[in-house]
Design a protein around this ligand. Sequence first.
Ligand SMILES: O=C(O)CCC(=O)C(=O)O
Ligand SMILES: [Fe+2]
Length: 310
Amino acid sequence: MGPVAQLQTINLQALKRGCADEVSKLLGAAEQNGIFYLDLTDEVPLDGVPDEIDRLSRSLFGLSAEEKMRFDVDKLDPYKLNGYKPVGRNAGGIPGQRDGFESYAISSNPDSPAPPVVAQFRPELAEFQSICLDLAQVLFESLSVACGLPKESSFQACHSNPALNLVRLLRYPGALAPDNPHFSIPQPAHTDMGSLTFLCTDAPGLQIQPVGSSDWLHVLPKRGHPVVNLGDAMKTLSNGRFQSVLHRVISVPGGGILGAEDRYSFAYLLRPEPSTPMAPLPGLGSVGSEGEPVRTCEEWVSMKFRALRA
Ligand SMILES: O=C(O)CCC(=O)C(=O)O
Ligand SMILES: [Fe+2]
């Protein structure tokens, strides 16, 4: 399969207890590649919720193409926060080829248009989002303590009221692949734009390119341990101290895509509050030191989307 990334495993209970060793392990992971396993095996409240999201995903992607296309993300939301993206809409990981996954973004706003199956799972989605937001706050608080930040200008303070968050379901169809070398990198290399992403899957295929390396390393799934990666917003807020790692999904045996089985994954994505200045937090750098105007998170996101479309 190729080399495997040896990611740190951070124990949530230890962070909640304020265990200094765990906090410094988290800081190390944030600084090294910004990606780690979060050990939730002691978290009783999580029980079963990820399985419900997986069930929703399988029902939703099982709908007909016409039904899914009624919720085309590019028709519903210019910022892609709600709706369906079919296979092949974007560039793939191989020059000249298209992407090899379908995805569905579910906005946290229960009034957003969505197929009935989403409405049916709203209680589970709300629970999942609330659990993830709580987990994220524990991580932000620990990172703020590790960086010596005061509460009023901390990572958690940028995500309180209400930060933008959504659930993204992904399916990489196995049937596309067997004789189709173009789908060997169905999700092209990218960094995540927001603050952090919780990624849940039981299938291999995810790879990261460690900072300063040209190698790609596999991130293997670990039961009860979502993969957490920090995004570009945390890199900016931390003045480049934390990393937002380049990652992609490739076809591997047992990971769907190659062979008949499909690969499913889902992610919880979180961004800072729209009014957050996208600049180092006071205490981590001087604002506007590069001579660039400081944008709010909202302006920054829309600028990035314009750049993507250019
Ligand atoms: O499917 C995966 O494992 C990765 C998904 C991902 O990187 C993303 O949605 O940003
Ligand atoms: Fe990603």
